[in-house]
Design a protein. Sequence first.
Length: 480
Amino acid sequence: MIVTRHISLDNDCIEKMEPYVQKHKGNFSAAIREIIDEAGKNSSLKNLSAIDNSLFKWMLNEIDGMLVPENVLDDLIDPMLINSLGKLEDYLNRRFGELEWDIDLAIKCDNDTSPSDVLIEVRGANQKIKFAACILSQYLVKNSPEIAPLEVRSVFNSDGCIKVELTRSNKKEAFDSVITFFGGMDEVTKAIKSRPSFWKAVINGHLLSNYNMVTVHRNYFEDLLAGKVPMGEITIETLAKKPIQEIPLKEMLSLVKEVYETSRVADRVEIDRETIIVFHNYRNKDVIEKLKKSLVTLLEANGHLYDAKSTANMIVLTHRPDVGIKINEIIGNLKISNTRVDQDLIMFMAFLKGLKNIPDIPLSLTFLGRRIGKSLMQEYEKENNIRSWGLPDFQKALEIVDSRLHRECEWKVEGKNLLYTVRKCNICAEGDTFDTHVCHAIRETFKGAMGYAFGSRVELDIKKLLSHGDNFCEVLIRVP
């Protein structure tokens, strides 16, 4: 039913209606209908202008870093306005004017209907323009076409002005960009709301203990209980979204700082170029030593050699690329043998002898033995077509290694386990001297070889060690 009424309007009202009248090509009735329709849709926005100014500022401050839910965004801005950025600009300026936000918004683009590059400029009060830039960026990313999604590439924020640059990308990177620039607290807030009791207990625990609680990955904790040296690589790989070997050193050091500080494993971590300084308040020397080895092993897994020294409340890790250069010099002087296994063994022997010529041997250098052990097993596996390692295969491979290294060893089967005894090691002991660094490197080689062949399917039980004052070394390879 159409009802006809006579109304009187002053010039101010007519000026405000003019954009709607022009939009509908002079059809005054259509303009009135659109105004009434928008008033109904945006009644919630109008109510914002009635909120006390100080309360409104507090609300904007509290939602900083949070994104507007999609259903709310659709109510705020009609998704169909994406068809013309010019009309979108006019609409938003009109709406912000009705709300009395004192915001001036401009949208610049290379194409009004299908843009490749968009620049948003918003001027006004800092809190309001940041919120306006956030909802507009969300809107453009959410409603841009699937074939040409827009991604936030940069945000420049100065006093009274914010500029947002968007360019074409893919949908995933587009959505991620909004979170990166505007939704830093969005995921955190959602997580807390999803499990409020859990997070309240965690936060209260940290507050009551003055942040002396430690929060670590379950695997890290499991390694601690098992008496192993935990690395924490799972957490770092999760944050980096790539394997630890592929993380650049600069990024790796930043992740070490983030993980060790936020987990409270360390009080503070400082990065000085490639040097790491870890501050802690542990008193037990064994704990400090395990933490030191954990960091060295973690960095070694990343492909970098580090020396670690500790004081009462500090661990200093120094990058040692000079050691890598020395090893390359040693390897460069080697003769190439007929098989890769022999070549690796020659390399290993030169490496062991080279240890004696390197002053101030870092802890990480002894861990290089694991790499050699793994490499030896890989090449032996290829040359002998081994698809699945068994204890007899492992014994045969180690017998070849021992014969090349001039070590006197014995093997004995005990049930389903294997007892390995080293009676004499000419590499570690020369005359009356015994080199503990070389001995440790050889032990790590054995562990690296066993780890590659069996993984966690076997356990190593150390019975005797020559370096501990025994007359021989003896270990039991135990099958659980």
